[in-house]
Write a protein of this length. Structure first.
Length: 556
């Protein structure tokens, strides 16, 4: 392949990665979902409103569950761009780009450029990346900090440049300020495995590790002081049903390692395979390639008697494997916990794709894999069609026209003879972009109309209701309503105490309990938890029966 062909191939790689990134932005039209994403957005809003950046509150109550980095950056973004979901998502979006770039740069330390481009493309085109760029939690930011730290430390081990060591320490501290000690543990798992398998035992005892820990400790001090002042100085506070909670101990031990030891009060999804099962769909369309890459990588280690030669790396496979075992040992797991190792999974997958498509090490596998993925893509498209057409009919003509044009465009790209990339590789990226564009335009916006806060906040805005005169009754405090209305709504225990031209937002239970002679209904609807979808909720004929009614009433 001559230089012009290589340049053209690189442009196509970059073009596909850019198309994935642009698709992330299409997802920004989707409102934030309950519970986590909109909770974190509202905490950021409150932090900006009260200008209290070292003690975290959730609707005025002490909040200890997550460190402050996401809230710091999102509140700063809201300061610049206003209180809206795009401003909340923007910092995490930058970290998703940092993750893709870090995967590329880390891979270039050990592999040819084509492998590095493949690795970056796999990460950019994985389903989880599309998801976490609109349903934004701490994991997007955490992933960026962690893979950036791994790249910088790997570069330092090769070049001995102090800048790389310092940036690695900053990144680890940033990750710990985002989601706790796991940001330190993943690099430890990854490099410990690498040192053991390359027989580089002296690397464990380098004095520079002490400097790295010192830098991390200094950068964590503002958060530590905030935790100490908010919790350790106030043993009378009750958190998680207990008094005398130490914020510092909770952050460094209970919230992370306590989930393994059983000290943490959280108990959910404790199966060892739970995260792996969720990775299977979260890593589409690369799942099969990843499983094959994981199996062949482990087989290669076994054949080499767990010895990796100098110049090669065991960081990605070792970091993924050991981190997974640690996370899967937790007695409290959620699907997105595995996303921290998506960059490492992408490197494992990209290496296999290079051997499959370019080295032709597994050329006998190519035809069967093409057929399997053809079947997989067909099933995904059928599921997409049903998901778009059945729950929320009818489709708008503009969506149908846009989807048709998109389909034609993708077919032209895929069938283009001048495309230098393998058709199966291009097809994987195009299909996942196509699916997410459809979901972002034709499914999620309609689904989120059944998140109560979205239509209610729109009604309040359209009718110019005075937010200070709106009260909640027999409803859980709605962070989403607070965020989208940019207001902290108050509860009332006695609607009869409200004055004329006050308003009440309540549930079916609430409306059955109040004296209706003093109120009139000015709006109503039904809603459900959109993050807890079930078949009855997707069935338009059964949806109302399985949903919760809400009412807006005016006192007269």
């Amino acid at each position: 392949m001559n230089s012009d062909q290589r340049k053209n191939e690189k442009k196509v790689f970059i073009g596909l990665i850019s198309a994935c990134v642009l698709t992330y932005l299409i997802g920004w039209q989707i409102p934030l979902m309950e519970i986590d994403a909109v909770q974190y957005a509202n905490i950021s809003r409150e932090m900006l409103l009260h200008k209290n950046f070292f003690q975290i509150y959730d609707q005025g109550r002490d909040y200890l569950d997550k460190p402050p980095m996401l809230f710091w950056l999102s509140s700063a973004s809201m300061k610049l761009f206003g209180v809206n979901d795009a401003a909340y998502r923007l910092p995490s979006f930058f970290f998703s780009i940092l993750s893709i770039y870090s995967v590329y740069r880390f891979s270039r330390l050990f592999y040819a450029e084509k492998v590095a481009l493949l690795n970056a493309l796999v990460l950019a085109g994985s389903q989880a990346m599309f998801l976490i760029n609109h349903d934004t939690r701490t994991d997007t930011m955490l992933m960026g900090w962690v893979i950036f730290s791994i790249w910088q430390l790997a570069a330092w081990l090769q070049t001995k440049k102090w800048t790389n060591l310092i940036l690695g320490a900053v990144a680890i501290a940033g990750g710990m300020l985002t989601k706790g000690p796991i940001a330190l543990m993943v690099p430890i798992f990854a490099f410990s495995t690498h040192f053991i398998l390359t027989r580089s035992f002296a690397a464990f005892f380098r004095w520079e590790w002490l400097l790295l820990l010192l830098i991390i400790g200094i950068l964590l001090m503002p958060m530590n002081i905030g935790l100490y002042r908010q919790y350790d100085l106030h043993p009378e506070k009750v958190m998680y049903g207990k008094k005398g909670i130490s914020g510092i101990r909770f952050f460094y031990w209970t919230q992370s390692f306590g989930r393994i030891t059983g000290e943490s009060t959280w108990r959910e999804n404790s199966s060892f395979l739970f995260l792996f099962e969720n990775l299977l769909w979260g890593f589409l369309p690369w799942t099969i390639f990843f499983l094959l890459g994981l199996a062949t990588g482990i087989r290669q280690w076994v054949r080499n008697k767990f010895f990796v030669r100098n110049g090669e790396e065991a960081i990605s496979l070792g970091g993924f494997g050991v981190t997974y075992c640690a996370l899967a040992s937790s007695k409290a797991q959620l699907p997105h916990y595995i996303y921290i190792v998506l960059p490492l999974a992408s490197i494992i997958t990209g290496k296999f794709l290079f051997r499959l498509f370019y080295n032709r090490n597994y050329k006998g596998w190519l035809a069967p894999l093409s057929k399997v993925h053809g079947l997989l893509f067909s099933l995904l498209l059928i599921a997409l069609f049903l998901l778009i057409t059945v729950p929320f009919p009818p489709l708008q003509p503009a969506i149908i026209i846009s989807a048709g044009l998109m389909t034609i465009l993708f077919l032209l790209i895929w069938l283009q003879k001048s495309n230098p990339l393998p058709k199966l590789l291009t097809g994987c990226v195009l299909i996942i972009i196509f699916i997410n564009c459809w979901l972002d335009v034709g499914f999620y916006p309609k689904l989120l109309q059944f998140q109560m806060s979205i239509p209610v906040s729109r009604f309040i805005q359209d009718n110019h209701l005075d937010k200070d005169k709106i009260f909640l009754y027999q409803l859980e405090p709605s962070r989403s309503l607070d965020f989208y209305s940019n207001h902290s709504f108050q509860n009332t225990d006695d609607p009869d105490t409200l004055h004329q031209q006050n308003f009440l937002l309540t549930s079916q239970k609430g409306i059955d309990m109040i004296n209706r002679t003093h109120f009139k209904v000015i709006d109503s609807g039904f809603a459900f938890h959109v993050s807890r979808l079930s078949l009855p909720l997707l069935d338009s004929a059964k949806r109302r029966v399985n949903s919760d009614a809400y009412y807006i009433l005016e006192r007269f």
